[in-house]
Design a protein around this ligand. Structure first.
Ligand SMILES: [Zn+2]
Length: 419
């Protein structure tokens, strides 16, 4: 009899615990950017991990708040979604890419990545698409899962794993022919081999497949196509069968064209795109991740004194091709190749997008609602909207007027948790 009563009491206690009310917080700010436009009179209510109300204060239904937090004069907006990071790399002016891949033990790279993801989150990046472990196997998968398990703070990650390159195309290079070097990605060629490698990467539970559609292996180290059309189509067919997308590194017009026709969803870099390629991107709904900040950083590491020296040829060309992409109406993904430059300095890419001709509001959309849709996570994040996850940042000032105020972070909330 006693046992039965105890079980009954236990059940009662557990059900009470489950139905216990999660605290409700009301956030007020000078303005709210909802992922699309700026609103002057909005408030946002958060309960648990979710946004439960976003709209004007006057229209708000009667809600009981445990806390009200006011950010007068500041801007509340969705957490930023970085589209192209490498958490397992650190700036090349600290250690060259070759030396990171060749000499740093994986344990060191993972420890560095732990710092990188924390820096990213505190910089307001609540979601991040990582474009390849660059020789660190599937460490990105483990880091993604560690963040999801709450072991370390970091953005919600979408990871590529090892990435796929054609034999002979990728580095590190330049060694005696009998020296075996670890590569920055996994090689595969031809129908059978590509099927096996794509499936093995999928089996490691990557979120998408990254392929290098071209690389600097042409004459005089120019970017030249790597995989054939048929090879790229094989990669896309096998990957999409598993419900995952393919994204492509491509700088040359031919590499871009092949990747777009094969069915990739985003083109990374895209430096030498032509009008024809941009038209094809529009037609096939393929977005461009321009990685402006990587080119800017590499030029500076090479000795360019920005603001004093004239633009090097590659920077001038990049400005022109980015403007042409905007004029052609190509969807722009916010993705800077962060890792080439310091993690947490992601705003560099947005500053360059604006300085190369993009409107502030369009850059803000790119970093929130546009990237969320591109990465198929717009049912969870990317907007300040009831029903979505409470991924919220507050910045000091108005980023629609001055994009650099995104550096002045006053609040970072991911999944309703403040960091
Ligand atoms: Zn990259």
């Amino acid at each position: 009899m006693n046992l039965i009563i105890s079980v009954f009491l236990l059940a009662l206690f557990s059900s009470n615990t489950v139905t216990a009310q999660e605290p409700m917080t009301l956030l007020k700010a000078g303005r709210v950017f909802d992922g699309e436009r700026m609103h002057a009179d909005w408030v946002v209510a958060v309960k648990g991990r979710q946004i439960v109300y976003a709209g004007s204060l006057n229209d708000m239904p009667g809600l009981d708040f445990d806390t009200v937090v006011d950010f007068p004069g500041q801007t509340l907006m969705p957490g930023l979604i970085e589209g192209h990071s490498h958490i397992l790399l650190h700036p090349y002016n600290e250690t060259s890419w070759n030396d990171q891949v060749l000499k740093e033990p994986e344990s060191e790279r993972v420890i560095r990545a732990t710092n990188h993801v924390r820096a990213s989150l505190l910089a307001g990046i609540t979601t991040m698409r990582d474009l390849g472990s660059e020789g660190a196997a599937y460490a990105d998968v483990g880091i993604r899962d560690s963040i999801n398990k709450g072991l370390i703070p970091g953005p919600r990650l979408l990871v590529a794993g090892r990435a796929i390159v054609a034999t002979g195309s990728y580095g590190p290079k330049g060694f005696h022919e009998r020296v075996e070097v670890p590569l920055g990605a996994e090689t595969a060629d031809g129908y059978d081999d590509l099927i096996r490698v794509v499936r093995s990467q999928i089996g490691r539970n990557v979120d998408f497949i990254k392929v290098y559609a071209d690389y600097r292996w042409g004459v005089d180290n120019t970017a030249a196509a790597t995989f054939t059309q048929a090879e790229l189509e094989t990669i896309v067919a096998i990957t999409t069968s598993s419900g995952r997308p393919v994204v492509a590194h491509a700088s040359s017009a031919e590499g871009m064209k092949r990747a777009i026709l094969a069915g990739v969803e985003t083109i990374e870099h895209g430096d030498a795109a032509t009008q024809e390629v941009y038209a094809l991107m529009r037609k096939r709904n393929v977005a461009l991740c321009p990685t402006l900040a990587a080119g800017d950083a590499v030029a500076r590491y090479g000795g360019w004194k920005k603001g004093i020296d004239p633009d090097p040829e590659r920077i001038a060309a990049k400005k022109k091709s980015f403007k042409a992409a905007l004029d052609a109406g190509v969807t722009i993904c916010f993705g800077g190749d962060v890792g080439v430059y310091p993690h947490g300095d992601n705003v560099r890419e947005l500053e360059l997008m604006v300085s190369y001709g993009m409107k502030n509001l369009a850059a803000l959309q790119s970093a929130t609602s546009v990237n969320a849709a591109l990465f198929h996570i717009d049912d969870k994040v990317g907007r300040i909207q009831a029903g979505l996850r409470a991924d919220i940042i507050v910045v000091d000032g108005d980023p629609a007027e001055d994009i650099s105020v995104l550096r002045e972070i006053r609040l970072v909330m991911k999944d309703g948790v403040t960091y």
